[in-house]
Design a protein around this ligand. Structure first.
Ligand SMILES: Cc1cc2nc3c(=O)[nH]c(=O)nc-3n(C[C@H](O)[C@H](O)[C@H](O)COP(=O)(O)OP(=O)(O)OC[C@H]3O[C@@H](n4cnc5c(N)ncnc54)[C@H](O)[C@@H]3O)c2cc1C
Length: 484
């Protein structure tokens, strides 16, 4: 029987393992941390009974993922839960841009919040939202494929190629400008460069089409469901062992020989460490040149009675983007990308408990936040995050019961893939947006026979969709079939 080791148990490691196991391969997943799941873990980080997402929180890409849908993870207890309003972008003057799934009860939420820009918003985001299923299939599909929906892709591409700042300038007022710019900021980086509008367009369309749901019981429910599916197909997981070389992998399979296949759910830096001199020199040079992006500084709060947002509609929103006007966000994102820590960084806040009340303990709710900070930032951004929240929610500090903070070094210590605190698996700049981790037609191949990279550093990139793992496992199986 063919055997394989998957190094790392993030969503991509687990989907890779599942695809191999379903194809009849004997699979062992080896995870460095004591708990599997990588970016999809949850825990009581502040006070007992209050459940926080440790990394990923919102799952538009999870709902849109063709492979997660094929696995039918509801059989293993995964339930998506939607907030009433998916996203809010509060402004200093008390107004807020709002975005809600069109299937939500209050369909007019988005248009009402954007006023005179409502029609412009519909024209910009509407086509991608209406054809979101086709678009998701193209974007999450194999790197090289004949587009099955060329017109949808071309129409999206024409807009997404533009810098986010240009797209925002098409609006007359700040609620729409800020809303779009805040979404584009998910890509961590400058917003005035080509392709920087892509994340904003895609995630805005996703919000309308499928919403930004959370997983009931925390994002860890995704890990539990994937582990159950893997176990059903005979796969097993070893935790608490950080792999540092290929040579040590045989011991985990129970076979004397090295495994037939190895899939690395690691950053390019991890692949360099594990594969070392076995890598062809051109691949080694490319992986060494891989650029990592700005970092996250995570702050989790236990808040009695929830956050008293000045704009009351924000109290119904699952996600909030805090950064003020589009111009301010573009300025602080550019500073962060240059390595400068802004006084008022861009902050993302999550109120997952609104969609999933099982996470709260009575009136004490988990509030999730992270700031964008420079790569490898070593300072303490907790106060900057609290100040941004207070800017739009005066009085919040009196309600905070407990705080847990993790900077870039702590994030990397808990997951080697977050190099310098980069949670996006590499900078979203230049060709690296699409050609990851290097410019090649076979991004999953490492050049070492039987060894593939399957993490978010490969296409289609960051997010909990498992599609990188799925495609990498497909490449590995195809490689196996070609072997003499
Ligand atoms: C704070 C934060 C917020 C986020 N928010 C969202 C969100 O809301 N929505 C969303 O879709 N995505 C979000 N993400 C991103 C998402 O979590 C990642 O894109 C996704 O988890 C990538 O999956 P992966 O399998 O490639 O890697 P990971 O999930 O990072 O998993 C990699 C695994 O490999 C293990 N590993 C690494 N090296 C080794 C080694 N040498 N030996 C053994 N094991 C190893 C790690 O310990 C880890 O368990 C967020 C991430 C963070 C950190």
């Amino acid at each position: 029987m063919t055997n394989a080791v998957v190094v790392g148990s993030g969503p991509n490691g687990l989907t890779a393992a599942i695809r191999l196991a379903r194809a009849g391969v004997e699979v062992t997943v080896v995870e460095a941390e004591t708990r599997p799941g990588g970016g999809t873990r949850s825990g009581e980080l502040t006070v007992p009974g209050v459940l926080h997402d440790e990394c990923a929180a919102f799952h538009p890409t999870g709902v849109a993922s063709p492979y997660l849908a094929e696995l039918d993870l509801a059989r293993h207890g995964l339930r998506w839960r939607w907030p009433e309003i998916d996203l809010a972008h509060p402004l200093d003057d008390g107004r807020a841009g709002l975005l809600a799934r069109d299937a939500a009860p209050d369909v007019a939420v988005t248009a009402a919040s954007l006023g005179a820009d409502a029609d412009r918003w519909r024209r910009l985001v509407g086509p991608a939202a209406r054809h979101f299923d086709d678009l998701a299939a193209e974007v999450l599909g194999p790197v090289l494929h004949v587009p099955r929906h060329p017109f949808t892709l071309a129409s999206f591409g024409a807009r997404a190629l533009a810098p986010a700042t240009w797209l925002a300038r098409g609006f007359a007022d700040e609620p729409a400008r800020g809303l779009l710019t805040g979404i584009a900021a998910h890509a961590f980086g400058r917003l005035d460069i080509p392709l920087s509008g892509a994340a904003g367009m895609l995630l805005a369309a996703a919000a309308h089409a499928v919403g930004w749901p959370v997983a009931e019981g925390g994002s860890e429910a995704i890990t539990r469901a994937l582990l159950a599916e893997l176990a059903d197909h005979g796969g097993r997981v070893v935790t608490g062992h950080r792999v540092r070389s290929l040579a040590e992998l045989g011991e985990h399979t129970g076979h004397a020989a090295a495994p037939d296949l190895v899939l690395l759910d690691t950053a390019p830096a991890g692949a360099l460490e594990i594969l070392g001199d076995r890598l062809p020199s051109r691949v080694r040079r490319s992986l060494a040149r891989f650029r990592y992006g700005p970092a996250a500084f995570k702050v989790d709060l236990a808040v009695d009675g929830g956050v008293p947002w000045r704009n009351r509609k924000c109290r119904r929103a699952g996600t909030l983007h805090l950064g003020g006007t589009a111009a301010e966000i573009a300025r602080v994102e550019a500073a962060t990308a240059r390595g400068e820590m802004p006084a008022a960084p861009f902050v993302l806040v999550g109120q997952q408990y609104l969609a999933d009340p099982t996470r709260s303990n009575g009136s004490v709710h988990p509030v999730y936040a992270y700031a964008h900070v420079p790569h490898g930032y070593t300072g303490d951004a907790t106060e900057a995050v609290l100040s941004q929240i207070e800017r739009f929610a005066p009085g919040v500090r009196e309600r905070i019961v407990a705080v847990a903070a993790k900077g870039p070094a702590a994030l990397e210590a808990g997951n080697a893939n977050y190099v310098g605190g980069d949670i996006g698996a590499g900078a979203a700049t230049g060709l690296q947006v699409v050609l990851r981790p290097r410019a090649t037609r076979t991004p999953y191949a490492t050049g070492v026979p039987g060894v593939y990279l399957c993490s978010a550093a490969t296409p289609p990139g960051a997010g909990v969709h498992g599609m990188a793992g799925y495609h990498a496992a497909g490449a590995a199986l195809a490689g196996l079939a070609r072997r003499p």
